[in-house]
Design a protein around this ligand. Structure first.
Ligand code: PLP
Length: 226
């Protein structure tokens, strides 16, 4: 999946073309899948280049890095999504950066973000991360605890629950299909519009299974440094 000697602008165009083909192949509405460009560990210049090429939504995985980049890019109009594991004591940083959070996985984390949002007088758009495969040691709420977490988040007025997110187990793209399908079924059950699923290697499978947002890093920006 490494991509050498290709600019961010070209990477972005290639990913948009892949998304458009997958949307068409699935018989879905053009424009029904949003691209989150995952810029973690890439420099702010790369984000500026993507922004100049029309990209507006960026995903980051580390609170301090998000804080730094949001400050450095405050002249641009863009949407930040926090997609990494979030510690409760970093809720303040992420809310202050104006980011949405895709990785809500516990009532305590949801409450921490709600408190910061309420203190700042904002409402944070969130998605619950679901461990659909039931992998040990993996981020995300277990499916049997999802019901209680959805109820909890819906009861917090500092949060707006928009959807679900998942990261399937490592494997071939096709191996991810049952997990994407399971996430889409859960989103249907709770009447949540956003299904954030699909990365550089498996976005086609995710779109075929109903992704409304794909989170793409490597195929847009190239291999992450370090
Ligand atoms: C890094 C990351 C991505 C992007 O992965 P690529 O394979 O580089 O496209 C997507 N989602 C999450 C949660 C990530 O941490």
């Amino acid at each position: 999946m490494g991509r050498a000697l290709v600019s961010v602008t070209e990477g972005l165009a290639a990913v948009r073309a892949r998304i458009d083909r997958a949307v068409a192949a699935a018989g879905r509405e053009p424009g029904s899948v949003r691209l989150v460009a995952v810029s973690k560990r890439h420099p702010v210049e790369a984000i500026r280049e993507a922004h100049a090429a029309g990209q507006r939504v960026f995903g980051e995985s580390y609170a301090q890095e998000l804080e730094r980049k949001a400050a450095a890019l405050s002249d641009l109009e863009l949407e930040w999504r926090f997609i990494g594991h979030l510690q409760r004591n970093k809720a303040k940083v992420v809310v202050a950066a104006g980011a949405g959070v895709d990785s809500i996985d516990s009532p305590r984390l949801a409450t921490a973000i709600h408190k910061r949002a309420s203190a700042d007088g904002v409402v944070v758009g969130v998605r619950i991360q679901v461990n659909v495969a039931g992998e040990a040691q993996k981020s995300g709420v277990a499916t049997d605890a999802l019901d209680a977490l959805v109820d909890h988040v819906r009861g917090l007025d500092g949060l707006r629950l928009e959807g679900l997110m998942t990261i399937p187990p490592d494997g071939e793209p096709e191996d991810a299909r049952p997990h994407f399908r399971a996430l889409a079924a859960l989103a249907d059950r709770y009447e949540l519009p956003v299904r954030s699923m699909g990365m550089s290697g498996d976005l086609e499978v995710a779109i075929a299974e109903g992704a409304t947002e794909v989170r793409i890093g490597t195929a847009v920006f190239g291999q992450r440094p370090g």
